[in-house]
Write a protein that binds this ligand. Structure first.
Ligand code: GDP
Ligand code: MG
Length: 310
């Protein structure tokens, strides 16, 4: 896998256009910096959904450098915006660790209904497969029969094993069986699907906690990763979900979906400043290929550059 910056820019075009057009409109080539310009930039960044904290970090940095005589024109300012954004994203970043002491690596996927959990599990499964890992899926969303079916269809398409029980069965029991099946079949990775019905919020969190306890009993240290799936089109609302899920069960990473359909991709920066939880992957379409690991450098290059090639 691995996308070029150009194709990533196409996938993220709505966000890219919003941010780079906003910046370009106030920062034409060769324009001299002054305080009024920095105020304008602050407004553009705020309206680009990157959040008040990330905006302040960029603007403070820009004011310091400008008053210190280190930057004078728009090109230097644009460069500073990019480097500071990469720093912000790297500050929350740590690389996924595929090597647990004993196989399998257990990954739990959580998030509200419709965020893209099941689709993302298919994408992740394919991603691991293309990196030479064997995968088994656990159908832990037992709330709806259709959810179990949907995961089964993806398992067939991507060519990975699935462990499922019937509708309304105990998700923790599914996970227990899945981990044991993965161990006896020598699988590298177990990915757990879960329910996301928020109207019974406390029950959902209790259910997720129980899954964690049972996973740990089945395999020491499991789940090794807990990823929250966030629908990128929800913008700032996704930040509330991070807080809710992190407080209840603890998150090790974020996956942003639907980045193809939103101009709110700047929320990645808001998440990195507000919570020190790294974005691990992004999804940008409905097929299993519309997915990549998250790299701060490429992401920033894609959303801030409006150049047509690299
Ligand atoms: N455009 C787009 N659609 C997506 C993406 N990820 C998921 N979807 C769609 O969002 C809807 C809900 O996805 P699903 O995986 O069932 O969400 P879940 O309820 O969290 O399991 C489906 O119609 C998916 O095809 C994405 O990255 N881009
Ligand atoms: Mg689902």
């Amino acid at each position: 896998m691995g996308f070029s910056i150009k194709s990533l820019r196409e996938k993220l075009s709505k966000t890219t256009n919003k941010i780079s057009a906003g910046i370009r409109s106030i920062l034409p080539k060769g324009k001299k910096i002054d305080d009024a310009l920095l105020d304008e930039l602050e407004e553009v960044l705020i309206s680009a959904d990157i959040g008040p904290e990330a905006t302040m970090r960029i603007i403070d940095q820009a004011r310091n450098q400008y008053h210190g005589g280190k930057i004078t024109d728009s090109e230097q300012l644009e460069e500073l915006i990019k480097t500071t954004s990469v720093e912000i994203l790297k500050g929350a970043d740590s690389h996924p660790n595929l090597e647990t002491i004993t196989k399998p690596e257990v990954i739990m996927i959580v998030g509200v209904n419709g965020a893209g959990k099941t689709t993302t599990i298919a994408k992740l499964a394919r991603y691991y497969r293309s990196n030479g890992k064997t995968v088994l899926l656990a159908a832990g969303d037992t709330f709806r029969a259709a959810a179990i079916e949907q995961l089964g269809i993806w398992a067939d398409r991507v060519g990975v094993d699935i462990v499922k029980h019937g509708q309304d069965s105990d998700p923790a029991a599914v996970v227990f069986d899945a981990i044991n099946a993965a161990r006896s079949r020598g699988k590298d990775v177990v990915i757990i699907d879960t329910a996301g019905r928020l109207h019974t919020k406390s029950n959902l969190m209790e259910e997720l906690k129980k899954i964690r306890r049972v996973a740990a009993k089945a395999h020491s240290g499991a789940p090794h990763q807990t990823y929250l799936i966030i629908d990128g089109t929800t913008g700032q609302n996704g930040l509330k979900q991070i807080k809710l899920f992190d407080q209840a069960i603890g998150l090790t990473g974020l996956i942003l979906t639907k980045m193809d359909g939103t101009a709110k991709g700047g929320v990645v920066l808001a998440a990195a400043t507000q919570f020190k939880i790294p974005v691990r992957y992004i999804g940008f379409g409905e097929t299993a290929d519309d997915f990549d690991s998250f790299d701060p450098q490429s992401f920033v290059a894609a959303i801030f550059d409006s150049k047509s090639d690299d």
